[in-house]
Design a protein around this ligand. Structure first.
Ligand code: ADP
Ligand code: MG
Length: 358
């Protein structure tokens, strides 16, 4: 617990190459497509016939995407990797290789960076991804983590944001809104801590939503379930910005409208109860929260029989003609514009995120 008593190694003691070596010397390769990983000027990947290569990158900046005050470093590393894997999963693919660039300020210790790498390596292990390279540099403006993932998907199984048609069913995996509620709790505790540093954070009862925020998972399992049930979605995206925004991406790319039912949106009990405490309509947490990294996808109506018994997948609406717009049916059976409903409510709330308690 008490890190302050341990002597921390300043970065200058190791130098760039010493640091790279310390961070990467234990990395082992698992995937047959990875011919060469860390150590040469470039990693080498062998592409296979009938497989498409997927590439995606995410940039995380201290103060913009995370707050060092409440993001434990190993979780930060884990999340940096997993959000990238999620982008590959959203194409119906499998993540295979990862590269990570880090920019670190002089105030960081070697041990702190090792923590971040512990998280990255843990994610790679769990998801069967090879860590094949990166870059290391000093940063004058806080911590920067840039991760690039390479994945693969069979040519005939790739799913884009475009491809949905009117009448296709809109489905989502898992539950939504939890990551946002987790963030609100962390914000609240941070403000309380600033006001009174002797206060112990009250986090223990909120395990689920905190985990949703701090340690999200990519739904590789859903891609497998879909394959096993012989379903190829007509369009797909991962929910990083919130359901409202992401369903709009599908509609725009597919040139459709949509109808989403509030009562069908899957919301976990803890998310529901904490939304109430934060004075938020629970579905608004789901619509606008973001960072849930669930999969949002459309299927043909004829695939409904295949999907209806899968507990991890909910049907929340259907696509309509673009001319009908993007609509939201509330629990009171009132149909409103999807955008107006969500964003207004969130804007109102964000200006009054509680400072302490509720
Ligand atoms: P270059 O000068 O060509 O950029 P580097 O000395 O930066 O080479 O990198 C040497 C090897 O270490 C390369 O294989 C590179 O991918 C890897 N590497 C560098 N920094 C990192 C890092 N932060 N994480 C993982 N691998 C890294
Ligand atoms: Mg380099």
């Amino acid at each position: 617990m008490d890190d302050s008593k341990k002597r921390l190694t300043p970065l200058s003691e190791l130098g760039e190459f010493g640091l790279i070596d310390k961070l990467t010397s234990d990395i082992k390769l698992k995937n047959s497509s990875t011919l060469v990983g860390i150590g040469d000027d470039a990693a080498v990947i062998k592409s296979k016939k009938d497989l498409l290569t997927l590439v995606s990158k995410d940039l995380l900046l201290e103060g913009v995407h995370f707050d060092m005050m409440y993001a434990p470093l190993k979780h930060l590393g884990y999340k940096a990797a997993v959000v990238n894997f999620s982008d590959i999963v959203a194409m119906n693919g499998k993540p295979k290789q990862l590269l990570v660039g880090i920019g670190v300020g002089a105030k960081f210790s070697v041990e702190a960076i090792e923590e971040i790498y512990f998280g990255i390596k843990t994610a790679c292990k769990i998801y069967g991804v090879d860590f094949i390279g990166g870059d290391t540099t000093a940063s004058a403006s806080g911590l920067v983590i840039s991760a690039t993932v390479i994945g693969e998907v069979e040519q005939d199984r790739i799913v884009y944001r475009k491809g949905a048609s009117p009448n296709d069913l809109i489905c989502v995996s898992g539950d939504l809104g939890g990551a946002y509620i987790g963030l609100l709790i962390l914000e609240r505790e941070k403000q309380a801590f600033k006001a009174n540093p002797d206060l112990q954070p009250e986090l223990s009862e909120h395990d689920y939503v905190l985990q949703r925020q701090l340690k999200p998972e990519a739904r590789t399992d859903i891609v497998e379930i879909l394959a096993k049930n012989k379903i190829i979605p007509t369009s797909m995206i991962d929910v990083s910005d919130g359901l409202a925004s992401d369903v709009k991406h599908l509609c725009k790319a597919s040139n459709t409208g949509c109808i989403i039912s509030e009562e069908k949106i899957p919301i976990d009990q803890e998310t529901y109860e904490m939304s109430k405490i934060f004075n938020l309509v629970p579905s608004v947490s789901a619509l606008n929260g973001g960072e849930d990294y669930e999969l949002l996808f459309t299927i043909k109506q004829s695939d409904y029989e295949k999907i209806k018994e899968i507990a991890e997948i909910s049907v929340i609406g259907y696509m309509v003609d673009a001319s009908e717009g993007e609509r939201f049916i509330t629990n009171d059976n009132i149909t409103v514009d999807l955008e107006a409903q969500g964003w207004d409510a969130l804007k109102r709330r964000q200006s009054e995120i509680p400072d302490n308690g509720s």
